[in-house]
Design a protein around this ligand. Structure first.
Ligand code: GAL
Length: 419
């Protein structure tokens, strides 16, 4: 019932906002639907807005709050159903393929050819940006989910070194708990639990197991002992979050680490945008490291802007937006602020801070060693139906609805029904 009400509110909101934006769009600008509403996200989005405004292209903002983009996708479906798709829409992985296959997206092949996208955009991203030989979206960045963010002075004051193994991490959580500090800052929303699960599952199953479970949907791995161990670790993490975690937005959880209320947050590198927006410096105020046991792996998601077909060829404004997004200078300026790394392989890491440089180096190393995988939590491993089935089980288990042995059985069933 709650989610039905939320959906209904989102649709009403979308339709009323649409009515107000028609004229702005009619004056040759772009209307951009996105979920970048936290402080760090908004600061990054501003880099894009200013770039376009500098070219004389108006920007009509269509923000739909909700990390991970679920609510934004609900609004998008309502807009498309009403025959009023926005010009450009933030999208992830399999959702992009889905919209392209429905024929909803404009063909960007001319822009891509003029800007040589085939040569500079990595294959892992092209897989979701180019559908049946047609470029349909412009990749903005590459994020990854298997990160941990820590408050450095909290760790120092409690004699905690960066944990390298799961056992180190368990010990660090106990030390913080004993000191009266919330070990893990967490927001109890299904996508956030799934984000944590990306790292936890990778650390237990290893790269082959992660791929077998979440990309190949191999029942023997989905239902195996390793998966039960991953759920057991999630249960331990659950014991180390505060009492008010339920429903908390991810950026509020990040604030708990920023202000020293909590030690760690397991979250994608959009969390870094919040630290930077609060004036914090990596290595001095906060630390970034890969979830223990996943130092060689990267579970990635790439934000892209899908250009919705407005009837006919891609518009000049859409082409200008796509060109701006992929320009090397924008790729550097935007991703420095956002916490992500560039969607092109030829952008220098010079302007990036220590975490950004590490993110770029990790991505390149993982891509060349076969350790780069699409994030289950952020729609790069499976279509939404399977992703949502996994979310349901992970979040029900996290909230204590069933134990790990049952979660494993539920996971096998839910994934098989969703396919
Ligand atoms: C992700 C998205 C990121 C970040 C995050 C939280 O899905 O890729 O850019 O915005 O959600 O909102």
């Amino acid at each position: 019932m709650r989610s039905f009400l939320k959906t209904k509110t989102a649709i009403v909101l979308a339709l009323s906002v649409t009515a107000g934006t028609a004229s702005a769009d009619g004056h040759g600008g772009v209307e951009v639907l996105h979920w970048w509403t936290s402080g760090g996200e908004a600061a990054a989005l501003n880099v894009l807005k200013e770039d376009l405004e500098g070219q004389g292209i108006g920007w009509t903002d269509m923000p739909v709050a909700g990390g991970g983009g679920e609510q934004a996708m609900t609004v998008l479906r309502a807009r498309v159903t009403a025959g009023n798709a926005p010009t450009a829409v933030q999208g992830l992985g399999f959702d992009i393929i889905d919209w392209a296959e429905q024929g909803a997206l404009a063909n960007l092949n001319d822009v891509a050819a003029a800007e040589n996208w085939d040569a500079v955009i990595p294959a892992a991203l092209q897989r979701f940006a180019k559908v049946n030989g047609e470029w349909v979206s412009a990749p903005v960045n590459v994020h990854s989910t298997n990160w941990v963010w820590a408050n450095k002075s909290v760790l120092d004051a409690n004699g905690i070194a960066v944990p390298e193994t799961w056992d180190d991490f368990v010990a660090a959580m106990s030390t913080l708990k004993a000191a009266g500090i919330t070990p893990i800052a967490h927001g109890g929303q299904a996508w956030q639990e799934a984000t944590v699960f990306d790292g936890v599952a990778m650390s237990v199953l290893g790269p082959d197991g992660y791929k077998a479970a979440f990309i190949d949907l191999d029942e023997s791995v989905l239902g195996g002992d390793g998966m039960k161990e991953a759920f057991d670790r999630m249960a331990l993490i659950r014991e180390n979050v505060d009492d008010n975690f339920s429903g908390r937005d991810w950026n509020l959880a990040t604030s708990m680490v920023i202000n020293g209320e909590a030690g760690f947050q397991m979250m994608g590198d959009w969390a870094k945008g919040e630290f930077l927006n609060a004036g914090k410096v990596p290595g001095e105020d906060f630390l970034c490291f890969r979830f223990p046991g996943t130092s060689e792996q990267v579970t990635f998601n790439a934000d892209q802007f899908m250009m919705f077909d407005q009837g006919g060829a891609v518009s000049d404004q859409q082409a200008a937006l796509a060109t701006a997004i992929l320009s090397p200078s924008f790729q550097s300026a935007f991703n420095v602020v956002k916490g992500s790394v560039p969607a092109r392989t030829d952008v220098s890491d010079e302007a990036f801070d220590a975490c950004g440089k590490k993110g770029m180096a990790d991505l390149a190393a993982a891509a060349s060693s076969g350790n780069l995988f699409g994030s289950m939590a952020h729609g790069h491993a499976n279509p939404a139906s399977v992703k949502n089935a996994i979310y349901d089980v992970v979040t029900a288990h996290f909230n204590g609805e069933y134990d790990s042995a049952t979660a494993v059985e539920e996971l096998v069933d839910a994934v098989s029904i969703a396919q």
